[in-house]
Design a protein around this ligand. Structure first.
Ligand SMILES: Cc1ncc(COP(=O)(O)O)c(C=O)c1O
Length: 423
């Protein structure tokens, strides 16, 4: 009989790798209850819990200003709007990211231009950025995907040389650093989702950071009716108290929760990193598994999920689905990576109908660039397409017994060592 649990053998994981960390703990309940007791249900300016959180988040990222919002997508729309993305413009970004890095670009009636990624880190490939820059390129959005930090020396150099605005989508990377400088603080605007699964979470919320008071003004203009502004931008002053109506204001209860999370971020990031490094060390020499290292100079954080690559040989011999099935049968909480057609019909973003086949001029509203045809051919992004088929995920463990992690790694290794039995 096979040793694999899939075929009736003993399971490699005998204890449930149970996550003991809970987001909604007693501190969160106390913070939200305090607002409820005070009858605080909406805050329009940088006061109370909103002001306190913004000051703390700006400090954590080493930024001049932070602006809390109702979600991370709103921060990205605000960032693109703030740097002046408009019809006729192109915005570069990686194909391997959540769709919310891209969709706000079409809210500005501009065109997302998808770039390939580095196979080692899964982050945007600086050489491919350079290849795709045109006279129309207005901005670059880099994504510190699953907590792995982009090479910010190269990214900043590219943006400076080409006069492109830099936006960082740091939704997976709260507290991560490049050479000791926090992510989010390198470019024009740093954007952070604080949705339920994120390292700093308000359930649904987001926060943008910037050093530039004019960019802050423009973000306030788009989505924060009635909020006092700095007053440096003429058009903002002319419009006065009236915003452009996007209403991206955050809920104070969500921000109260996020503020509790922010206070524990360094401690929880240390735990995440220790668990990730432990798993990486356990699996580094495992046949058929490639670990995903950080670039020298990068300090990973937040993670969201832990990623591993299966080798091309393993994929060709057995296929990712079967390997995931066998690992899950062993009791390891392994899944196929979710930025692929395994979990969403659109696959990677550069292949998604919204950015390729669909004629966006037929959508109504202003979700297309009137200076261009409504649809575009799918670009060739060989690395993203290859790597995407090979990635597997584990949850971003925070507070889990070492024994359980060891068993999870053991289960993955066991399957890879018995790969021939899966055919
Ligand atoms: C990389 C990335 N960017 C942006 C977002 C959008 O954030 P939100 O869901 O808070 O709007 C997410 C959400 O998961 C994300 O993963």
């Amino acid at each position: 009989m096979s040793e694999l649990a899939l075929f009736g053998g003993p399971k490699a994981v005998t204890t449930t790798p149970e996550e003991r960390w809970v987001q909604v703990n007693s501190d969160v309940k106390a913070a939200v209850n305090e607002l409820l007791d005070q009858g605080v249900i909406s805050i329009g300016g940088p006061t109370g819990v909103i002001g306190e959180f913004e000051a703390a988040f700006a400090q954590m990222t080493g930024s001049g200003y932070a602006l809390a919002m109702n979600n991370g997508t709103a921060t990205l729309h605000s960032a693109y709007f703030a740097v002046g993305v408009k019809p006729g413009d192109e915005v570069l970004l990686p194909a391997y990211t959540w769709h919310a890095s891209a969709t706000p670009i079409i809210h500005c009636a501009a065109t997302p231009v998808f770039c390939d990624i580095l196979p080692e880190t899964l982050t945007i490939d600086p050489d491919d950025i350079e290849r795709r820059i045109t006279e129309r390129t207005r901005a670059l959005c880099v994504v510190h995907v699953f907590g792995n930090v982009c090479d910010m020396d190269r990214i900043c150099d590219i943006c400076t040389r080409h006069g492109i605005s830099l936006i960082e989508d740091a939704s997976h990377a709260h507290g991560a650093m490049w050479k000791g400088k926090p992510v989010g603080s390198f470019g024009a605007v740093g954007c952070f989702s604080m949705q339920g699964a994120k390292a700093v979470s308000g359930g649904e919320a987001g926060v943008a950071v910037t050093d530039d008071p004019d960019l802050l003004d423009r973000m306030v203009l788009l989505g924060h009716f009635g909020r006092p502004r700095m007053g440096g931008v003429d058009v903002v002053n002319q419009i006065g108290d009236m915003s452009l109506g996007a209403k991206y204001r955050a809920h104070p209860w969500a921000i109260a929760m996020a503020h509790v999370g922010l206070k524990r971020l360094p401690e929880l990031n240390e735990r995440r990193t220790a668990n990730y490094e432990f798993l990486n060390d356990q699996l580094r020499d495992c046949p058929g598994i490639e670990v995903i290292d950080a670039l020298p100079g990068a300090s990973r954080a937040a993670y969201l999920e832990y990623k591993f690559k299966l080798s091309r040989q393993a994929i060709q011999a057995v296929g990712r689905g079967r390997i995931v099935e066998a690992m899950a049968a062993e009791g390891a909480p392994v899944t196929a990576d979710r930025y692929s057609d395994t979990n969403y019909t659109y696959g990677l973003l550069h292949a998604a109908p919204l950015f390729t086949a669909v004629d966006r001029t037929t959508l109504g509203g202003c979700f297309y660039d009137p200076t261009r045809p409504g649809s575009a051919p799918r670009p060739a992004l060989p690395v993203a397409e290859d790597v995407n088929q090979r990635l597997i995920s584990l949850p971003g463990f925070i507070d889990v017994e070492r024994d359980s992690l060891q068993q999870v790694a053991g289960a993955m290794r066991k399957v890879m060592e018995h790969l021939d039995e899966l055919n």
